[in-house]
Design a protein around this ligand. Sequence first.
Ligand SMILES: NC(=O)c1ccc[n+]([C@@H]2O[C@H](COP(=O)([O-])OP(=O)(O)OC[C@H]3O[C@@H](n4cnc5c(N)ncnc54)[C@H](O)[C@@H]3O)[C@@H](O)[C@H]2O)c1
Length: 418
Amino acid sequence: MILGSGSAWDTACVQLANAARHLGLDDGMHDLLRTPRRAITVSVPLQRDDGQLTVLTGYRVQHNLARGPGKGGIRFHPTTDLDEVKALAMWMTWKCALMGIPYGGAKGGIAVEPAMLSLPERERLTRRYAAELVPLIGPEKDIPAPDVGTDEQTMAWIMDTYSAHTGYTTTGVVTGKPLSIGGSAGRAGATSLGVQLSVFAALRETGRDPHAMTIAVQGFGKVGALAAQYLHDAGCTVVAVSDVKGGIYNPQGLNPAALIRHLAGGAETVVGYPGTDTITNDELLELDVDVLVPAALEGVITVENVDRVRAPIIVEGANGPVTAEADQVLDDRGVLVVPDILANGGGVAVSYFEWVQDIQAYFWSEDEVSDRLRALMDRAYREVSLLATTQKISMRNAAHVIGVGRVADAHRTRGLYP
Ligand SMILES: NC(=O)c1ccc[n+]([C@@H]2O[C@H](COP(=O)([O-])OP(=O)(O)OC[C@H]3O[C@@H](n4cnc5c(N)ncnc54)[C@H](O)[C@@H]3O)[C@@H](O)[C@H]2O)c1
């Protein structure tokens, strides 16, 4: 195992290097797979509501397009930078290959705190950023989706801006859209359902009874909130959840659906929810639970805190929550880590279904979407688990070996132009 410094890009490169070594890839192919195909930085001028001009920086990285158009979310977060977007785009490449869907990997973002913007400011920012991306994106080129700090309304503005530029309505340019403009049934909960299915697959594999399991979920956003709810509904006891302001804990279990309603009713944070103790995000990661689901940001389990992480199973709702060095420690300790590119692959799987429906202009029922998602997640989990067991490697390495191997194969088969 090769170790790295802890940044998302570094972690992604270490994971690729481990897979490349396992696959016996030569240095040239390894280099080709590491280097982003395109990476652009755009200036995004925003007129604030008070008339002031603020110039923000946006990014879009198309990491690899060998298996199909780029696919990946758009993040609005103050610490977003080019290296982070490159890492997230690389993970999308392996994730799409692992899930068996015909996409390459991409990611985008703007370094901004969306909570500091009014709704009209967010709309202007999104539309200007989308306009800068028009030459790069499209249903056959690169298809954005929501990520941290963006949502289906953001996707609606991007779709509308892109359509205004092309001169006709192009629903397939983004996924994670509202249902009224070509969204898919089941997309909003897809990533979370995939996380729940991954937790249950890991519990089955290790002979544990889901009904006796305690779970902690870091991040109560689009992924974490519904993952907590689905796990609760399926019989697990969700004892702790958190958001950027802190966490809450109740050893008897929380009711995630009631907490979601509490937030929808105007509460700004989970902290202070009646009947719970307040804990920090660090304390949440170190709770004595059966399953830990990090579903916020990357790099939260590091060499600094990994020795205090007690959960025997970690299911990565977030992308890159465990640094490469911490991953090695967890692996040595026998902790079962279901890696991000598998555990949260349900989101991109249903994004793919949404794109297929948009292109065919023919829409499926929620049951059809959910059945296809379950089949896809089940196949991917079984492939990773089988490789990990037969080759005696971690689930992380196995997932990367499959994903990276498929992309390398696509390059070899296509050949190099010119
Ligand atoms: N949205 C998707 O479909 C999707 C799909 C695959 C993977 N992911 C990944 O899942 C993760 C969460 O994405 P999301 O779409 O739910 O974002 P989101 O913006 O909806 O939610 C993020 C949550 O994390 C919390 N948070 C932010 N900073 C934190 C911190 N420092 N400590 C603790 N909590 C913090 C926020 O308060 C919020 O509750 C990201 O890693 C994202 O890349 C998302």
